[in-house]
Design a protein around this ligand. Sequence first.
Ligand SMILES: *Cc1c(COP(=O)(O)O)cnc(C)c1O
Length: 440
Amino acid sequence: MIFDKDQRELAQKIEEDISISKWKNWKWHIKHSIKDIDNFEKLTGISFSEEERTHLEKTTEKFPLSITPYYLSLINPENYRNDPVFRQAFPDPRELITCKYDMNDPLAEDSDSPVELITHRYPDRVLFHISNVCSMYCRHCTRKRKVGDVDYIPAPKKIKKALEYIRENIEIRDVLLSGGDPLMLSDKNLEWILGELRNIPHVEIIRLGSRMPVVLPYRITHELVEILKKYHPIWFNTHFNHPGEITASSRAALAKLADAGFPLGNQTVLLAEVNDCPRIIKRLVQLLVQNRVRPYYMYQCDLSEGLEHFRTPVSKGIEIMETLRGHTSGFAIPTFVVDAPGGGGKIPINPNYLVSWSVNKVILRNYEGIITSYREPDNYNNICCDLKCSECDLDLNVDPAQEVVPIGLEKLLTDHDETITLIPEDCYRLTRREEENNED
Ligand SMILES: *Cc1c(COP(=O)(O)O)cnc(C)c1O
């Protein structure tokens, strides 16, 4: 294994007699994370004016700074202001500009928390925040409000309570270990949680969401992978935002995970001045699939406080989707989503491909702009579903009508629900109608 020249020079500034094995030790990076402007200047040779420093320091007072030496080594000091890694890791005084649409907890994760550490938003799956620590503080973090709280790994008592919640709610079949970064936990701690989860019969899959392959790929050790793979099926999601983050070290980490059988996914956030460009995203997704990572979501940036300068219009995302579908491998294309403010969950957004529709024809357009028609079947036998699965001709080997209570639009689509309209709770017109009726 060779020591990259630039990385060695950086490492030697931190510790004179650094060896390659020390550099590849993830704990060394945590211990030597860059947490102040002085140290950043010293290690990169970049220097800021007095005035800039004042603004930067004010910014880090509110939103602290932490960069792993590895991630720092990816910054190009020659052109750092346009560097995507610099922009994701280094404070920007614009973070202090609050905009009136900013929200403290835009995804209402705290309100959807039935018990500490758990966000339960969707019917069959939960987020389990098993750490509030990260090795690198992303400037675009949606949980920015919590960054800078005292870092901690939750006490076993709290974790046990959250596990209890999962155990008691049998509809939970998918548990997403998140944080912070769950891989900040020690292997031993992680193994304990995985073991507990695997002992719950209704937990079918476990997901790990970690940015370690991007910001500290040395965390993906042989030992870690050996532990994780005992608890399959585990799906692993990471967070690359720019092709420049895909380095020899991160490729090696991804290969270890893929070889051990974890289906790999990636979540990208669209960020102004970082990756808000169709060519950058296309390159990124193509590199990801080369490394056996399936692009999963591309997020519209959330309305969290301090992120205004990162936000792009939704149309930018649609433009990017337009340049992907048809133009590159289908499995390289992520789903573009807006995570609804207020906790509505992820809403997928696509360019429109359905142009028009008649009783027997659908008019569609493809990525080249060709407008085409699809003839609907003349004799489709639409089975009216009354939920009597035992009398149904379809040979579906499923439990009869497990989910009998339709949710949302499902109510309008199913035959076994009488609802014909969904009405917002405070619909003015209907409230007025009701009031008029009451007056009569
Ligand atoms: C994103 C998210 C999930 C997982 O959603 P998928 O669409 O299944 O990936 C679960 N819970 C919460 C609160 C989330 O934000």
